[in-house]
Design a protein around this ligand. Structure first.
Ligand code: HEC
Length: 181
């Protein structure tokens, strides 16, 4: 039984690792004991970035999204919106339930579901229809949704804002750029 639990945890851990980056781990050798598997799970857990790290990526993608939208580089905006969404999903897979300072459970999955079904849908619509004014308005609303999850998770000091500069200076946001070819 313990072996089966370890196997399930192992496959979840493997899924989390492989969905987050290109790193790969060889499969556990056949005939591995539950203890071997547990040790492997521990080792794998050490490889998975923590939730704060994944959220930092969300912050970067979402900051870049602002500049892509303002530059009306809609295909780039679409890319950063998709990256934001997939990293948000990954972040809540990493820790689905947190405890607030009263010890109450905060279900991050439910909060993210609500965000995805409202502002993030509207952002996608604004990007698809290339409407800059709508994009800017929904982007600012989204920052409030980001913040409401931070507050719920007992981190009211994490206040997202409209970024002053892109997170990736190496990316050219100009939709008419023709260099490098
Ligand atoms: C479902 C909940 C949830 C949503 C939605 C959410 N966050 Fe977070 N975010 C968190 C939690 C929880 C942390 C703290 C993680 C930790 O400390 O382990 C965090 C931390 C952060 C951090 C700090 C990372 C660091 O360590 O420097 C940034 C930046 C961030 N979020 C950006 C955003 C942005 C931008 C959005 C909206 C696009 C957003 N978050 C939406 C839950 C959420």
């Amino acid at each position: 039984m313990r072996g089966r639990v370890a196997l399930v945890v192992l496959s979840l851990a493997l899924e989390a690792v492989s969905s987050g980056c290109e790193r790969s781990m060889p499969a556990a050798p056949p005939g591995a004991t539950p203890e071997d598997l547990e040790a492997r799970v521990k080792a794998l857990e050490g490889l998975i970035p923590d939730q704060a790290h994944i959220m930092e990526d969300v912050g970067d993608h979402f900051a870049n999204l602002w500049f892509a939208g303002r530059a009306e580089n809609w295909s780039l905006a679409d890319f950063y919106l998709a990256e934001t969404k997939s990293h948000l999903r990954w972040a809540v897979r990493r820790i689905p339930i947190r405890k607030d300072n009263q010890g109450r459970e905060v279900n991050l999955v439910n909060i993210l579901d609500a965000f995805e079904n409202s502002q993030l849908v509207q952002l996608k619509q604004a990007v698809d229809s290339k409407e800059r004014a709508a994009f800017e308005a929904v982007y600012k609303e989204s920052l409030m949704a980001c913040y409401s999850c931070h507050k719920a998770a007992d981190k009211p000091y994490l206040r997202p804002r409209v970024p002053g500069e892109p997170a990736s200076p190496i990316i050219n946001f100009d939709p008419k750029a023709d260099w490098p070819l």
